[in-house]
Design a protein around this ligand. Structure first.
Ligand SMILES: O=P(O)(O)O[C@H]1O[C@H](CO)[C@@H](O)[C@H]1O
Ligand SMILES: O=c1cc[nH]c(=O)[nH]1
Length: 240
């Protein structure tokens, strides 16, 4: 009998480290485990949402897919925080940038996440919560970028419930408001962390741009993804 009461993560608490890297794509979780973790052990494969635990620089770290969108991220983050005993989650995601001076291959660290999702209104709170990164994880992510010599941007991102937004003016309005990029999970992760009294930060790699039409070659895409992964792993060491 597994300790998680969940139908979606089948593991015992001791199978999972205190800090978990979460890419949207479970195959990116497998890639990170195989490329960076020593002796990775698969702890979850329900719905193919692959989760592994291994060691990085001698410390125990887990990596597991979140799926796409706030509902999927919230389900897994909630269970990891409240049933599995995880303390800190780092989203390792891709994003589309809004300002012309944020280029493909660069990293955005999400200080906060504006959202068109109902997630921030669902809690029994006298105010609407503001999805915000944990300050210590945010500053650790910045320091990791600086130590590794990886360029970065820090600011407010958009977590959208839709990839194909029927409001065609949405990216223009986001850009006018000074938002840095669009993705689909960070607001959910930050609200789950806050309401579970845990920690989170999103470290995003720019895979597309909304206004410049820049594109990455296959080599550039891999390099930028590995920058994001290495910054995330270095940040995770502080919470292992
Ligand atoms: O690359 P991931 O982490 O999945 O993130 C981005 O990519 C997906 C859309 O293609 C959404 O999940 C979005 O947030
Ligand atoms: O434009 C983009 C790129 C990546 N992920 C998104 O959600 N949107």
């Amino acid at each position: 009998m597994f300790e998680t009461g969940s139908a979606c993560i089948r593991c015992n608490k001791e199978d999972v480290a205190k800090v978990v890297l979460m890419p949207g794509d479970p195959l990116r979780a497998k890639f990170i485990a195989e490329k960076y973790l020593e002796d990775p052990i698969l702890f979850n494969d329900v719905r193919n949402m692959l989760g592994y635990t291994g060691t990085y620089k001698g410390k125990r770290i887990s990596v597991m897919g979140s799926g796409m969108g706030i509902p999927s991220m919230c389900l897994y983050a909630h269970e990891l925080y409240t049933q599995v005993g995880v303390d800190a989650i780092i989203r390792v995601g891709t994003t589309g940038s809004l300002p012309e001076d944020i280029h493909t291959g660069e990293i955005v660290i999400a200080q906060s996440a504006a959202t068109n999702s109902a997630i921030a209104s669902l809690y029994d709170s006298p105010v609407k919560l503001a999805p915000t990164a944990s300050w210590d994880m945010l500053i650790d992510a910045v320091r990791s970028c600086e130590r590794l010599g990886v360029g970065y941007h820090v600011g407010q991102v958009v977590s959208s419930d839709v990839f194909y937004n029927p409001r065609e003016d949405a990216p223009v309005r986001y850009k006018e408001l000074g938002l840095l990029c669009v993705e689909m999970e960070t607001a959910g992760l930050y609200i789950e962390a806050q309401t579970s009294h845990k920690k989170a930060v999103s470290i995003l790699s720019v895979s597309d741009t909304f206004f410049t039409g820049e594109a990455l070659s296959a080599d550039e895409r891999e390099k930028s993804f590995t920058d994001m992964m290495e910054v995330s792993l270095e940040t995770a060491l502080n919470y292992a």
